[in-house]
Design a protein. Structure first.
Length: 728
């Protein structure tokens, strides 16, 4: 790790969480940076009480930022003691000590000397030796200096425990003067209170500090951690005691009796961190979210329908204008969307969901006599992913957005600026791809819109459920007490789409092999798993001239010879082979090359790119990779190269919310537990024009019959049935 010593010259940016970007003048440096002495450089990092009066040593490394050039990235720092009278006088007159001017500061230093600050901290009565100083000034000097020094020492202590400077800042900013009490009494409180501080990090520091595997504080923290992990991995919103117990023992790495475990679980119930309802155990946040969601739906469902005159005439006019004829199901959906306060529109691929969303928008504008700008103020078109929101925008000609962007998500603190204290004024919210919306996100959305705002959920609940906990759309539909319009008429089936037929066959668990004989829009290669890779490469060669957007390989898992990682390496050599004209960047065993297809893995709202977006590498130099996302050029540096992967082959989960003209799906028995109905139904429905399935027919049949992976423990369905039944 490199170091530089010097002084702050100017702060260029300061975040609420202690993050700074500034200018730093170097007085000393390690051997690698001796040429920088007396130069001013840009630095970044997390700091507490960083000022231009003190001298600091910064530890870190020089990095290259695509916008700001070379800068020093600080990992840790230390403040140097003031060693001369001039610097002490400058410090005392900095404004930190109210009422102390230069004249008074000189008198103090003349009397107390180079150890002035140390002497004041040890015994403030020594200041009585200074002429004309008052008791009020003595108390102020001592208390201010004590607070200043204490906060720095706390940060220092936290870093010595093993927390990073950033983590130490987060902890101190949360607790301030109470920090040491919290650290001493219950280190695990940090997991509950401090955003982004993981249980594993705190547990590691606790065990190093206390070395007690069965400390009651640790056991209760483990229970909360395990419940969080199980909900996020399995998608449950509540858990059973046996599962919590078994998995807690694994994390504790020591055995405790079940009776003792139950006592600790009861303590968490008494403190409302865990809610018990019958034999169901919820984290408070999960219970609160499901309860809030069902109460809001109940409120909206019970509101009287809105009546409009001449509705049929207006719909007929839209039909004529768009040269379209709606079927009875679509008419029901359109009319209900205008009259109901809460509605679900569901249907499989090819049933016209996109057409209906556009009509709802047009009809709402016509009925309410709104200008284009007025329409945008009253209607919010939302989707869980960036690609799905783009498709909404294209089909409706109204700007749509992701739910996170609508709620103004702050990635620094993982909070939404649009919330229960700052609600949106929107009057109608339409959410497409609603099957992807988890309990927590829907809860946040409901808190961010006004109580009377109307809501329309549009989606196919036979697709994969949300990545996060819950199955909101499925539970609402299956409750059978909420207005739902089901679209069954298949427009694309009428057009002879074998892709759609196969999707419905998979969903029904009964595949008709005759459809594979047509070779029109569906091509099935029933071959041994050892031949799958070569067959996919042949298909890629056939499509080599197509745009990277039009061709996509969808795979259930990353590992094995037919997994995403291996397929990406092979497909890259077909679509974008090595060339002396193209720069490369080697990251482990992965080679990124100019022209490569790339999949974005995380949300980066500041750059207007989101998880699941697909781009192409525009250029590479030694310190950055520039990726083109539909004309949006985004620069990545080595510190965030983990935010993307090759996108020639991507996971089926990542493809949800997207459509591609040509899709290749491998299916082999080696995929094991990843052979299940919803996964392959979702994969098949991503294809619009041509679908290739490569692999073992019996594996595809196995997947279509396997509905076991869909089971999630949730209670929105039961709560809706209970709450709305009471109104009848």
């Amino acid at each position: 790790m490199e170091f530089i010593k010097g002084n702050l010259k100017k702060i260029l940016f300061q975040g609420d969480n202690g993050y700074l970007v500034g200018l730093f003048k170097i007085k000393e440096a390690d051997n690698e940076n001796l040429d920088l002495i007396n130069q001013t450089i840009t630095f970044t990092g997390y700091f507490h009480e960083f000022n231009d009066m003190d001298t600091y040593i910064l530890y870190g490394k020089f990095v290259f930022h695509p916008k700001y050039g070379e800068q020093f990235q600080t990992e840790n720092y230390e403040r140097c003691n003031k060693e001369d009278k001039e610097s002490i006088i400058e410090f005392l007159t900095s404004g930190l000590f109210k009422g102390i001017g230069e004249k008074k500061a000189k008198k103090i230093v003349d009397v107390l000397g180079n150890d002035t600050l140390k002497i004041i901290l040890e015994n403030p009565d020594n200041l009585l030796l200074v002429p004309t100083i008052t008791k009020k000034q003595i108390d102020m000097l001592h208390n201010t200096l004590l607070e200043y020094e204490s906060s720095y020492q706390i940060i220092l202590y936290l870093t010595e425990l093993g927390f990073s400077t950033k983590e130490s800042m987060m902890i101190y900013n949360k607790y301030k003067s109470k920090t040491m009490d919290i650290i001493t009494n219950n280190l695990y409180q940090l997991v509950y209170d401090v955003q982004d501080l993981t249980f594993k990090k705190v547990d590691m520091i606790f065990l190093k500090k206390e070395n007690n595997l069965t400390d009651s504080r640790r056991i209760e923290a483990v229970i909360i951690y395990v419940m969080n992990e199980m909900c996020n991995i399995w998608g449950h919103t509540y858990l059973l005691i046996e599962d919590i117990y078994i998995n807690s023992i694994k994390v504790l790495t020591t055995r405790i009796e079940k009776e003792e475990f139950i006592n600790h679980l009861n303590n968490l119930i008494l403190s409302s961190k865990v809610i018990k309802e019958e034999e169901k155990y919820y984290l408070f946040e999960m219970y609160d979210a499901e309860d809030y969601i069902t109460n809001r739906i109940k409120y909206l469902v019970n509101k009287a329908d809105i009546k409009y005159k001449k509705l049929d005439e207006k719909i007929f006019a839209i039909e004529n204008s768009n040269n379209i004829k709606y079927n009875d199901e679509q008419l029901d959906a359109i009319k209900s969307s205008i009259s109901k306060h809460f509605l679900v529109i569901t249907g499989g691929p090819g049933t016209g969901k996109t057409t209906i969303i556009k009509t709802i928008v047009d009809l709402y504008q016509e009925i309410n006599k709104l200008s284009y700008s007025g329409l945008k103020e009253e209607i919010s078109l939302l989707a869980p992913t960036g690609r799905a929101s783009k498709r909404m925008s294209e089909s409706t000609s109204i700007q749509a957005s992701t739910i996170h962007r609508f709620l103004k998500w702050n990635k620094e603190n993982n909070k939404f600026a649009v919330n229960e204290y700052n609600k949106s004024d929107t009057k109608l919210v339409i959410i497409d791809e609603a099957s992807m919306v988890d309990v927590n996100l829907f809860f946040s959305l409901l808190k961010g819109i006004k109580k009377d705002a109307r809501i329309i959920l549009v989606g196919d609940y036979f697709q994969l459920p949300s990545v996060g906990p819950g199955q909101v759309l499925k539970d609402i539909i299956e409750s059978d007490v909420v207005p739902v319009v089901k679209l069954n008429y298949l427009y694309r089936q009428k057009e002879g789409s074998n892709i759609i037929n196969l999707a419905y066959d998979i969903n029904n668990g009964n595949i008709n092999e005759e459809m594979f004989e047509s070779k029109n829009d569906l091509d099935f290669s029933d071959i041994d798993s050892s031949l799958v890779l070569d067959k996919i490469k042949q298909i890629c060669v056939h499509h080599k001239k197509n745009s990277y957007k039009d061709f996509q390989v969808l795979v259930p898992m990353y590992k094995t010879v037919n997994g995403i990682d291996n397929l990406n390496k092979s497909i890259q050599e077909i679509f974008n082979p090595k060339s002396h004209k193209k720069n490369e960047y080697v990251l482990g065993d992965v080679i990124y090359r100019e022209g490569d297809k790339i999949l974005q893995l995380t949300n980066m709202p500041d750059e207007n790119i989101f998880n699941g977006d697909i781009g192409i590498i525009n250029c590479i130099d030694k310190k950055e990779i520039v990726i083109d996302f539909d004309g949006n050029l985004v620069r990545f540096t080595p510190s965030n190269f983990n935010k993307f992967k090759h996108g020639y082959a991507i996971s089926i989960h990542k493809s949800q919310g997207s459509e591609f003209k040509n899709v290749v799906i491998p299916v082999v028995n080696g995929y094991g537990k990843m052979l299940y109905r919803k996964l392959y139904y979702t994969a098949v429905t991503r294809a619009k024009k041509k679908l290739y399935i490569v692999g073992e027919l019996n594996a595809l049949k196995k997947a279509s019959l396997n509905n076991n992976s869909d089971i999630r423990r949730t209670t929105i369905k039961a709560r809706l049935m209970s709450k709305l039944a009471k109104e009848e």
